[in-house]
Design a protein around this ligand. Structure first.
Ligand SMILES: Nc1ncnc2c1ncn2[C@@H]1O[C@H](COP(=O)(O)OP(=O)(O)OP(=O)(O)O)[C@@H](O)[C@H]1O
Length: 260
C-alpha cells in the first residue's frame, strides 16, 4: 500500500549545526507513529519540515505521493497534514466554540475575511461549521468550556483547544507535538484513549513527538528514534525497547533511562 507520508533523506542545517541528517521513514494510513529521542535530537525540526513551517536543506516529504516539503503550512494543512499544539493560532478574544468554527474556514470555499465581513458564501457555510464545531467539542469532551473565552483557559484546556482547531480541518494526518506534556497519569491515559479514537473513529493517521516513553510504548504502532539529528532505530515498541542504540542514546542523556 502507498504510504500516506514519506520522509526521504531529509536534512536540515542551521549554519554549521545539522539538526536533521538524511532522515527517512514512511508512515502507513491509519498508523500511530511516534518520534522519540533525547533533548535536542531534532524531533521538532523534523515535524516542522513535515508540516511546512521549515523547508528542508535537502531531501523531501511526500503526502500520498505529492511533494509537500517547501510548501507553506497553510497549503500543507489544506492538503490534509496538520500540526497542532505549538504555533496553533488561537484567537484569545473568542470563545472555544467560536475558535473552532473559525478554524473550519481553512477548508472552506469562502475566505476568512469573508467570515468576518459576512459574505454570502461564508454565511452559507456557517451552519455546517457550527454543527461540526459542536461535534468536535463533544468528541473532545469540552462541552463545559464551550463558551469560555480562550484568554481564560488554563494550559491543559488550551492544548485541547489546539487539538479541536486541528480537527476542524479534517486532516488525514495529524501531527501532535508532545500531547502528554505536563499531564498526570490519569490525564495521559485519557489523551491516549482520545488519540486512539482519532484513528479508529475518524480514520486519521497520527504522528507524535513525545518524551513520555511509557505513553509512547502504549500508544504507538511504530516508533522512530532519532539522536543527534540521525535516525538510529525504527520498529515496534518491543523492538525499540530492546534496541541497544536506543538504550545507549537514552542512558547518555539527561532524559535518563528509557524507563518503561
Ligand atoms: N531555528 C533554529 N536555529 C538554529 N538552531 C536551531 C533552530 N531550531 C532548532 N535548532 C537546533 O537544532 C537542534 C534540534 O532541535 P529540535 O528542537 O528539533 O530538537 P528536539 O529533539 O525537538 O528537542 P526537545 O526534545 O528538547 O524539544 C538543536 O540543537 C537546536 O538547538
Amino acid at each position: 500500500m502507498t504510504p500516506v507520508l514519506e520522509v526521504r533523506e531529509v536534512t536540515k542545517r542551521y549554519g554549521g549545526l545539522v539538526a536533521n541528517n538524511a532522515v527517512s521513514f514512511s508512515v502507513a494510513e491509519r498508523e500511530i507513529l511516534s518520534v522519540i529521542g533525547p533533548n535536542g535530537a531534532g524531533k521538532s525540526t523534523l515535524f516542522k519540515q513535515i508540516a511546512g513551517f521549515v523547508a528542508p536543506s535537502s531531501g523531501e516529504v511526500l503526502f500520498r505521493g505529492q511533494l509537500i516539503s517547501g510548501m507553506s503550512p497553510h497549503k500543507v494543512a489544506r492538503l490534509g497534514v496538520v500540526r497542532t499544539f505549538q504555533e496553533t493560532t488561537i484567537f484569545r478574544s473568542m470563545t472555544v466554540r467560536e475558535n473552532v468554527i473559525v478554524s473550519h474556514h481553512l477548508r472552506s470555499r469562502a475566505s476568512l475575511l469573508g467570515y468576518f465581513f459576512g459574505s454570502r458564501l461564508a454565511r452559507s457555510d456557517e451552519e455546517e461549521f457550527a454543527r461540526s464545531a459542536d461535534e468536535i467539542i463533544d468528541f473532545l469532551g469540552l462541552q463545559a468550556i464551550r463558551n469560555e473565552l480562550a484568554s481564560n483557559l488554563p494550559q491543559g484546556h488550551l492544548r485541547a483547544l489546539g487539538m479541536a482547531i486541528g480537527l476542524a480541518t479534517s486532516p488525514a494526518v495529524i501531527l501532535l507535538d508532545e500531547p502528554f506534556a505536563g499531564m498526570n497519569h490519569e490525564e495521559t491515559m485519557r489523551m491516549v484513549a482520545l488519540v486512539r479514537r482519532l484513528r479508529d473513529e475518524r480514520g486519521m493517521t497520527v504522528l507524535l513527538v513525545e518524551h513520555d516513553i511509557p505513553a509512547v510504548m502504549k500508544i504507538s504502532d511504530r516508533i522512530v528514534c532519532i539522536n543527534f539529528g540521525e535516525k538510529i532505530a525504527e520498529g515496534t515498541p518491543a523492538e525499540i525497547q530492546a534496541d541497544p542504540h536506543v538504550i545507549e542514546a537514552y542512558l547518555g542523556s539527561e532524559d535518563a533511562a528509557i524507563g518503561m
